[in-house]
Design a protein around this ligand. Structure first.
Ligand code: ADP
Length: 431
């Protein structure tokens, strides 16, 4: 039975959290969207379940409703601890959604207060006296003030979260944390007495987050980023609540052909595509040809790939330079071009799986979403890390009631993640 149930407000945040929990020795399963009872069955071999929602920027009511439904599913699955994961840059607006979701989860769990700990020092996100810094720069000067959906115009999180919450927002500062576990718990109790529902927690380094994790290891709800989550498994293990596991990220072996699909046009993915194309068969897709005849373009790509699959990995990509992307967008419209290419790459992925591909890398956040949804995958078992934030995952997909299920290794990489040799190295570490 899983011990901790996590609710993440976006997909890559969920994967990042799951990957970090595996590195802390927990066996983790990621579920895409609010799961059905069937999705939650068979989770016995998991210590952590991470439900990936897409609630960061939806209307507050919707975010609250989906998060509550996810919590209910996690409770039914037997989880005893709950974690609400949001971005370490606290991506939200003055209305929400972090505060309203956290308060709704507290109410459903019958709890009065939770901590809010976004700090992730390993990624340069630190909190000092309630103020969030990105690589030492206040959040509201870090570039995040220009974010198209969640412009962060105030680095003072006590004030920012205060505008989102019904209850009061308090602070557990770095001096209290340095005074130790008892001092932290005393401060939390004091805050609870004056009506605080959420307490921002400082975190200037990993050690502070580990102390905070120890102080709140018994709290039913914790909210924050991957940084605080990484401080929780050790005290849970020390208290005998979870077992020590040497091979938490172990996946079964995947035997079959290998392929890379890339729809990301980010700087890093373009480097990765160029590096991989240098020494592997690769096929670039033309957006205008796809627009002209989508089925024909998919069939052509598959006919190109199939005879090569027995010789090693193939790469199929729409990845291109900013100028080429602009040219395609001006002919097709940007949203239309994106959707058209995502659909084609997803259909090609499905065709590749039918042709025997069992280890598949997908580059691009939206592209990954389209592929996973076309393959009908909702449950991913988290495997070994390839690069920070990107693990191999194992998925089982059904190709109809009469066909045996297919076990597939999937690596879903969002744009700027991974080293230049990511694709090559990924196949080296894949089970
Ligand atoms: P990233 O993670 O780098 O943001 P995404 O997959 O999320 O990558 O987004 C890339 C978007 O660009 C997708 O909608 C994809 O379909 C679209 N796209 C990919 N190649 C091209 C291209 N050559 N021209 C126009 N749009 C493209």
């Amino acid at each position: 039975m899983p011990f901790v149930g996590c609710i993440a407000d976006d997909f890559t945040g969920a994967t990042d959290l799951a990957n970090n929990l595996v590195r802390e020795g927990l066996r983790a399963v990621q579920i895409i969207g609010v799961p059905s009872a069937a999705d939650m069955a068979g989770l016995d071999a998991a210590d952590a379940v991470i439900i990936a929602l897409k609630t960061r920027t939806v209307p507050v009511d919707e975010a609250v409703a989906q998060s509550r439904a996810a919590l209910e599913a996690l409770k039914v699955a037997g989880c005893q601890r709950f974690f609400f994961k949001y971005c370490s840059t606290f991506d939200s607006t003055p209305e929400g959604n972090i505060g309203p979701v956290a308060e709704a989860l507290l109410a459903d769990l019958g709890e009065a207060m939770a901590i809010a700990a976004p700090a992730f020092p390993a990624n340069g996100r630190t909190v000092l006296n309630g103020e969030l810094f990105v690589d030492g720069v206040p959040l509201n000067e870090s570039g995040m003030q220009n974010h198209p959906l969640t412009p962060m115009t105030d680095s003072n999180l006590v004030r920012w979260l205060g505008t989102q919450c019904r209850g009061e927002v308090g602070l557990i500062d770095h001096q209290t944390i340095d005074a130790g576990v008892e001092a932290i718990r005393d401060r939390a109790a004091d805050l609870g007495e004056v009506g605080v529902t959420l307490a921002i927690v400082d975190g200037k380094d990993e050690q502070q987050l580990r102390v905070v994790g120890e102080a709140f290891a018994d709290a039913r709800l914790i909210t924050g980023g991957s940084g605080i989550a990484m401080g929780l498994p050790a005290p849970w293990r020390a208290a005998g609540q979870i077992e020590a596991r040497a091979d938490a990220g172990g996946l079964a072996e995947f035997n079959g052909a290998t392929a890379v699909i890339s729809g990301s046009c980010s700087v890093r993915t373009r480097e990765q595509v160029a590096a991989f194309a240098d020494c592997h068969p690769s096929l670039g897709l033309d957006p205008l040809a796809i627009a002209d005849n989508p089925e024909g373009a998919v069939a052509e790509a598959l006919a190109w790939a199939e005879p090569k699959l027995s010789d090693g990995p193939v790469l199929i990509y729409s990845t291109d330079s900013p100028d080429a992307v602009l040219a395609a967008q001006s002919r097709l419209g940007s949203a239309e071009a994106g959707a058209l290419i995502e659909r084609a790459l997803a259909q090609i992925s499905l065709g590749l799986v039918d042709a025997g591909v069992r280890r598949l890398i997908v580059a691009g956040g939206e592209t990954s979403g389209a592929v996973v949804s076309t393959l009908g995958i909702q449950v991913l078992r988290i495997g070994p890390q390839i690069d920070p934030g990107v693990p191999w995952t194992g998925a089982r997909l059904s190709r109809g009631a009469d066909a045996p299920p297919i076990d597939l290794a999937l690596a879903l990489k969002s744009g700027n993640f991974g080293g230049v040799d990511f694709f090559t190295r990924a196949f080296e570490v894949c089970p």
